[in-house]
Design a protein around this ligand. Sequence first.
Ligand SMILES: C[S@@+](CC[C@H](N)C(=O)[O-])C[C@H]1O[C@@H](n2cnc3c(N)ncnc32)[C@H](O)[C@@H]1O
Length: 231
Amino acid sequence: MDYLECLRLTHAALEPRTYCEIGCWYGPSLAVSRSPTIAIDPKPHIAFQIEAPTRIYKMTSDEFFEQYDITELFGEPIDFGFVDGMHLVEFALRDFINMERNAHPGGVIAIDDILPADMAYTGRKQGQGAWTGDVYRLLPILAEYRPDLRIDVYDVEIKGFCLVSNLDPDSRVLEEAMAEIEQAIEQGRWKFETLEQLRDALGPKPAEALAGDLAELARRRESAESAAAAE
Ligand SMILES: C[S@@+](CC[C@H](N)C(=O)[O-])C[C@H]1O[C@@H](n2cnc3c(N)ncnc32)[C@H](O)[C@@H]1O
């Protein structure tokens, strides 16, 4: 299974009311969406047939979240987000924070590039071939600062797949700790030397576990929303 199949399964199971994608490139992942979609990329060059009603903002994700209120643009918060923009941990962290702040509490945020198949992919400068950058460092950061989040990592070819749920749009823990986290990133924290260390820390599940987990997430969202509607 590859990450596109994981995205397909996630869209099918969650049937999100809104989908936000950071980093759409030439469109393979965007083409999977069937929901009202907002995509953000400073250099999009879409070569795929896009089925969903889609707006593409040609700018960096930081510029987008500074200029726009995505909840206002959609008319409701994000149900499903995909973080796949700049492959550096501090960018992925800001993307996660901005997505979560604008998400439904029952929403889900997928993060790409968190389980590189080779440490050669993890450099902070893009070289030749596959490049995940050091996005994987986001997961130990979230685990340390936000133990309230549910993080599921799947063993998917080349770069893994990850779903973060149990979101709290009101949490400001990460924003408040941002200066401290950025300093620790610069000092080399949350870095692994070997794939074995990285995999031990992230504890990936087999890709086959994704379908069952998605069914459970969809059920949990449904019951949380029914409970909220009954209040
Ligand atoms: C790996 S590609 C995305 C691939 C796409 N999601 C897919 O699965 O086919 C990464 C994209 O992130 C974009 N990008 C780079 N820096 C960005 C930023 N600061 N904000 C948003 N997107 C960014 C790049 O232009 C590139 O198109």
